[in-house]
Design a protein around this ligand. Sequence first.
Ligand code: GLN
Length: 454
Amino acid sequence: MVMISDFLGTSAVENVKKALSAARENESFNALISLSETRALERAQKVDAGEITGRLAGVPFIAKDNFLTLGDTTTVASDFLKNFEAPIQATAIEKLETEGAICIGKANLDAFAHGGSTENSAFGPTKNAHDETRVAGGSSGGSAVVVALGIVPFALGTDTGGSIRQPASFNGVVGVKPTYGTVSRFGVVAMASSTDTIGVLSSTVDDAELVMDIMSGRDSRDMTTLPDFFAPKQESQTKRVAVIKEFMSDAVNPEVRKATEVYVEALKAQGVEVGEVSLPMLAYALPTYYIVVPAEISSNLARYDGVRYGARSPEASSLDEVYGLSREAGFMAENKRRIIIGSYVLSSGYFDAYYLKAQKARTLLINEFNKAFESYDFLIGPVAPDPAFKIGENSDDPVKMYMADIMTVPASLAGLPAVSIPAGATSEGLPVGVQIIGQRQSDAELLAFAKRSV
Ligand code: GLN
């Protein structure tokens, strides 16, 4: 893997060329949807000429293909937007570019970020960086793999229910999902607006910290952004953490549990007090997520109608057909499944029974987290129940696929910051991560702690 410092103080043009050729050498992983060679080299020349300066001057990176970028397409890995060229850039990309970073391409994902394996992509599955027969995880699978392969020092991802943390765990890289509202969602294709977050995958926590420092802050174009609270810390003050009991159940792969245990022992050796906490509402987190999130998806995806964005079905001859046939062709099966579930739980006869009930369960889960944070600084557990599964293993069973999200969706529902860091142990010969969850806006301390403990 490579780090940001490997690209500082060297020729930006050489940096970009190096990253582009590493991307081409690793084509078999199918981690990338497009490369932005012309624009990237133009910007690199400006950096080398001293016209662009900043903390990331000349550092190449890759963005998940649900960030709107100038210079290439933004497909969201869907047929709908296969040829879509965005007229604007996401705020997160703008901020990185202002510091001199150079986006060299766009990473593969599950279409519209719906999934946990990067198999639901109209561009085919991304392969795990450590074993090409295994999934990359998802939905930010491409972003995790390009970091794990050392193509770039960091990549941007989005995490709505685990999409940064889980692929980070599956590929042995660092993944940071910040507090909801830390980074502007402006210019990022919406999935579920109440849990969507923008974050980073990198080889070190230090690099993730720098990127978060640059991207975070209030944006008048996203009214859910928080005033900038993220201030990197030199040293962690953390004294007490707890392992989440429900995350260490027998249903979790023993080697995955063991990885967390080994990490916990290392913490204890450093003088950190480690307790155990039980959050009974976690039993309802997955069903709650798979009601609330599809509801928001069904609303957010209504805009893809064949009129305003993306492809229009050439077979359509009436307005209804423009909508129906374009949506039929443009969405993948998993997108349609979520639109149908979402429309169902929001429909007048079922709203109270499903959507409203789920929102109440969500509040109870948040209350339980808050209570745990009265006694502990951070909560710890695995990221996913198993290491990266085989490509195709879960793809015809949506519920099995959803089960893999069981330990990442709770922090998303509660808007909490959570990181996945390599546990330093393997399962089935593959890397696995440890998840650390903090209270809202504890992001800087969370990263300081994560840094100290690896
Ligand atoms: N795997 C989860 C899902 O399918 C998370 C997706 C995400 O965070 N974008 O909903």
